[in-house]
Ligand binder design. Structure first.
Ligand code: BGC
Length: 737
């Protein structure tokens, strides 16, 4: 279709978006397949046979532990369940958290249960590897199925625009293209088991402080170009059965009654055919006409808004029968589309050994080498004495962050420590034990780091020191600032001043400041590395694995560089320990969060302000060397760039070449390519650019507007390190959302 501009001079093309975005090699984004009419037909037929009570059952999820009469053992018990209609072949929905494994800690659920701890999503994001993310997520989806669950509440894709957000470990970083692509593949992996995934928390759930009472306020265009774009891409690729609406308000309206987001954006503009489920306790009324289809986590005592209140609203005529039927139809449709009815989960033995290997492979691909001077790493075979300090590295490594997603790892936690909210769990994979195995010739000792002076003295006598810096983050709480807690900066500085051959291993939920950076030789960011985290760390330290992770989040040099130098609302919440079920401190008053950065989250803000981060987005070192050559660009409706990546070093390894375009003066990631190369090997890669990434969202016209012009393109090893540059000429395009 062709449209005329007002002046009529230029032609604009309206792209019927049948097949959108090929973003990186192997990462194709597709519109939800239209050929799912069988699901529509099944849903319509089942709906026609349902009683009114059965319909009400389907739109309300409950706490399985509070069910009366008690549920039988055949219903797996986790975060929630929804009563099915067995006589019509509609299964119970048995829901478990979350994105990093089958969670079993919420409120002490299923004591004694264990599951494979996948590394944190922040680590998955740092792999930039869609296939691996899909494989890791398929593994946890299979565990969910074999534990009897048919819904995994995975798919967290809120942009990490607030680096102090306590839940960044559950998200895929700060860039909409990277986060959306990887989340889409994670969802695809989970659903490949006929286990339904969600995508969450829709939308702008950017911080935990005051999450249930704040309003996150952002102009629509900026929202569409950032956080909503991540969801849009994630839904296109992953086609999740459900979308989970967030606790917070967005521009003054709660996420679960936000008709603009749920009806206009999600359904009308994106053509989403699944259903919207609420976050737990995020409902404020029978908001079915506003686009919510299912309330989650109610108890018999409160019966929920989608119980008695919905019935009353229906009787009063404020909610129409057609609205209820539509919601039921959407839920049924997803049950069929993901194959829940035909492939019921069953409790089965799980091959935890095989699954641990997957978790380890993911960890090895997403740990990021931030600094490496004088080739301190990999640890030379000549090193005879190593001191390992802190982080309880003698017994394990932090298995994950806290909150609903927390996984009690296989083998049981090596250590459980109290935290401000919940418990810190350590997986049974000790970096020190793994180092000893990898370096039998070396004498490796441990100091717990509780006394910096003692640790420094021991450090002075070792050939090399590996000191751990850890930061536990959790749902319901943000971190106050980006400093490592508990005086660990002083410990690291003391150790490093006694021995410059100091390697720091960070085990954190997100970015931290590093006041000791100049004093240490090397820094490895291990995130929460999961079930076999210690082994993965040791294999990278010793060079059995070449580090290939790249930052999906900017590491700021100071909090003053951030759009909001302090977390909105934090001074009200403080470190209050008295919190309600959803983490809200007592007496906290509603407030608004504004985003000076708008669409320019993360590295885009740094590019816009010119601030120099500690480590830029995309950064990550390697033990080998990669060069980029022969850039070719082709414009047109689907711009394409091709170039060669060569491994010119002496080790095999993976590289992530990144493509950035300057749009309205600010750099945007428009694609990347992750390749494994042997020494001396070179490969030609090609990256197709999704024009939406380079477009502005035109709110008045309700479409994407890609302005005609010549765009600066850079290929580099991170956002601030361009190696190849080119100009890309593009015609004007209008693209339907
Ligand atoms: C979290 C969700 C989670 C749900 C169920 C909520 O508090 O925000 O991410 O899926 O609990 O446990």
């Amino acid at each position: 279709m062709k449209l005329e501009t007002k002046g009529g001079a230029r032609r604009m093309r309206l792209v019927a978006a049948a097949c959108l975005a090929a973003i990186s090699v192997g990462a194709m984004a597709m519109r939800p397949a239209v050929a799912q009419d069988a699901s529509d037909a099944w849903a319509a037929s089942v709906l026609g046979q349902m009683t009114q009570d059965e319909k009400f059952d389907l739109v309300r999820g409950s706490n399985p532990f509070a069910a009366r009469p008690k549920l039988g053992a055949e219903v797996a018990k986790g975060a929630g369940y929804v009563k099915g209609v067995p006589r019509l072949g509609v299964p119970f929905l048995t829901e478990s958290d979350a994105s990093v494994g089958v969670a079993n800690m919420t409120g002490g659920l299923r004591p004694g249960d264990v599951a494979t701890a996948l590394p944190s999503t922040a680590l998955l994001a740092s792999t930039w590897d869609a296939r691996l993310v899909e494989r890791g997520s398929a593994m946890i989806g299979a565990e969910a199925r074999d534990k009897g669950f048919n819904v995994l509440l995975a798919g967290g894709v809120n942009l990490a625009r607030e680096p102090r957000n306590g839940r960044n470990f559950e998200y895929f970083g700060e860039d909409p293209l990277l986060a959306g692509t990887l989340a889409g593949h994670a969802i695809r992996g989970v659903q490949s088991n006929h286990v339904m995934s969600t995508i969450k928390h829709f939308a702008l759930n950017t911080q935990e402080t005051g999450r249930t009472i704040l309003t996150a306020d952002m102009e629509q265009g900026a929202l569409r170009e950032s956080d909503l774009l991540a969801f849009e891409i994630g839904i296109e690729i992953g086609q999740p059965g459900s979308v989970m609406c967030a606790y917070n308000k967005i521009n003054g309206v709660f996420g679960c009654e936000n008709a603009f987001l749920l009806n206009d954006v999600l359904r009308r503009d994106w053509g989403y055919k699944g259903f919207v489920m609420s976050d737990w306790g995020a409902v404020h009324g029978p908001s079915i006409a506003q686009g919510l289809d299912q309330e989650s986590g109610t108890t018999p005592a409160d019966a929920g808004y989608f119980g008695a209140q919905l019935r009353a609203a229906l009787a009063a005529g404020t909610v129409k029968q057609a609205d209820l039927d539509q919601s039921v139809r959407r839920i049924l449709r997803s049950i069929h589309a993901v194959g829940l009815a035909d492939h019921p989960p069953a409790q089965k033995p799980i091959d935890y050994e095989a699954n641990a290997r997957v978790a380890q492979e993911v960890a090895e691909a997403g740990i990021v080498l931030l600094k490496n001077e004088r080739q301190l790493l990999p640890i030379a075979a000549s090193v005879r004495t190593i001191l390992v300090v802190g982080g309880h590295a003698d017994v394990g490594v932090l298995a994950g962050g806290g909150g609903s997603s927390q996984v009690n790892p296989v083998g049981g936690a090596a250590l459980k420590l109290p935290a401000a909210f919940g418990k810190k769990l350590y997986s049974n994979s000790s970096p020190m034990v793994a180092l000893r195995k990898a370096m039998p010739q070396a004498r490796i000792s441990f100091d717990d780091g509780s006394d910096p002076r003692r640790a420094a003295e021991a450090a002075g006598k070792a050939d090399l020191v590996v000191v751990f810096g850890e930061q536990f983050t959790t749902e319901t709480m943000d971190v106050k600032n980006l400093s490592l807690p508990d005086n660990q900066d002083a410990l690291i500085a003391a150790v490093a001043s006694a021995n410059p051959a100091t390697v720091v291993v960070l085990v954190t939920g997100g970015p931290v400041l590093m006041p000791w950076l100049d004093q240490v030789g090397a820094v490895l960011e291990a995130w929460y590395p999961g079930q076999r985290g210690g082994d993965a760390i040791a294999r990278i330290l010793t060079g059995q694995v070449n580090p290939s992770g790249r930052l999906a989040m900017t590491f700021p040099a100071s909090e003053s560089q951030l759009p909001n130098p302090t977390i909105p609302g934090y001074e009200m919440a403080g470190e209050t320990v008295q919190r309600d079920l959803y983490g809200l401190p007592k007496d906290m008053k509603p407030f608004s969060v504004t985003y000076p950065e708008g669409a320019n989250a993360g590295y885009r803000w740094f590019d816009h302000t010119g601030a120099k981060p500690l480590f830029p987005f995309g950064h990550g070192l390697s033990y080998t060397r990669f060069v980029y050559r022969n850039l070719r660009v082709a414009g047109g409706m689907r711009p394409r760039l091709s170039f060669a990546i060569a491994n010119t070093g002496h080790r095999a390894g993976a590289d992530v070449a990144q493509v950035y375009a300057r749009v309205n003066g600010v750099k945007r990631l428009v694609g990347w390519s992750r390749v494994d190369l042997k020494p001396g090997e070179s490969r030609l890669v090609s990256v197709e650019v999704d024009p939406r990434i380079m477009a502005r969202f035109d709110v008045a016209a309700n479409n994407w507007h890609l302005a005609a012009g010549t765009y600066d393109i850079e290929i580099g090893a991170n956002v601030n390190q361009p190696s190849l540059k080119a100009k890309l000429r593009l015609d004007e395009q209008r693209i339907k959302p």
